[in-house]
Write a protein that binds this ligand. Structure first.
Ligand code: SF4
Length: 282
């Protein structure tokens, strides 16, 4: 297969792209997404939520030459996994002079994730990570995350399968949250396979290891089914996300606020505060 732009040997299919044109096209489409959803406006300060995995490293790479950025990472306490991605993140940020702050679950008053056995580790982890990012990114205008098209299609489908419409108010390319930094997703329309290819071709990382807990999550199972569907119906993930966008503009929902931390909550005290209160009493 050849590159549809220059005829050189393609490194990516659908559409065929050589290395140079794939990278150019990838970055152009991310910046188009930023414009389409007005994700970043002049003068807004940006904190990138970075784990050191492929998505966040690629996001730092795409944004760093266009916007002043800083990185914030959360160390959940997952031995043998997070230590490695944090090393990659430190190296990347050092090499590109990006200020980096790392906070741990213990800094929040909670325990390391691997200090206890959890039936649903991702639920606990997700809630506490969100809380850490909200607390430590408070002074920025924007919190940019590396969520990609696959992540978003999974989330929409998960909410649909659980008949949980309220959670749809927490997704979308730019989520305004009162006094808190708006959450933005520049890879909102970028497939995961392209993020991976971009990392390899740009030499950003070759570490695509996943958290050992991921296979216990509902998200993982939904992701597996979705990828199978995508093979039968190319474009299925994009179609799910575009359909959601149409619906969201028709029916924009409001989140209520946690009375304890002022963060977003579907009702009353948020899950993060409930978890830190119960850890303090153990
Ligand atoms: Fe946390 Fe689950 Fe992600 Fe692991 S897979 S980092 S436990 S949310």
């Amino acid at each position: 297969m050849n590159c549809e732009t220059c005829g050189a040997k393609a490194v990516m299919a659908r559409p065929g792209r050589c290395k140079e044109h794939f990278i150019e096209d990838f970055e152009r489409r991310v910046h188009d997404t930023i414009k389409r959803f007005t994700l970043i406006q002049d003068g807004e300060t940006i904190c990138v939520a970075a784990s050191g995995g492929k998505d966040s490293l690629a996001l730092l790479h795409v944004l760093k030459d266009h916007h002043p950025i800083e990185a914030l990472s959360v160390d959940e306490g997952i031995a043998g996994y997070r230590d490695q991605t944090l090393d990659d993140l430190r190296s990347y940020c050092d090499a590109h002079s990006i200020p980096l702050r790392i906070v741990s679950f213990e800094d929040l008053g909670a325990k390391r994730l691997d200090a206890e056995t959890h039936d649903h580790p991702c639920s606990v982890c997700g809630v506490l990570r969100r809380k850490a990012l909200l607390e430590y990114a408070h002074d920025y205008d924007l919190l940019a995350t590396g969520h990609n098209l696959d992540d978003e299609a999974q989330t929409i489908l998960m909410n649909l399968l659980r008949n949980n419409d309220t959670l749809n108010a927490r997704i979308g390319p730019r989520i305004e949250r009162g006094d808190l930094p708006a959450r933005i997703k520049p890879f909102y329309l970028t497939p995961e396979r392209e993020v991976r290819a971009y990392c390899l071709l740009q030499g950003i990382t070759t570490n695509f290891s996943e958290c050992p807990n991921v296979v216990k999550s509902f998200r993982w199972r939904v992701g597996e089914h979705l990828s199978e569907l995508e093979r039968d119906v190319p474009g299925a993930k994009r179609n799910i996300v575009e359909r959601f966008l149409q619906q969201q503009f028709e029916d924009d929902e409001e989140l209520s606020t946690c009375p304890r931390c002022n963060g977003p909550s579907s009702s009353g005290v948020c899950q993060a505060c409930s978890l830190t209160i119960s850890a303090a009493h153990r």
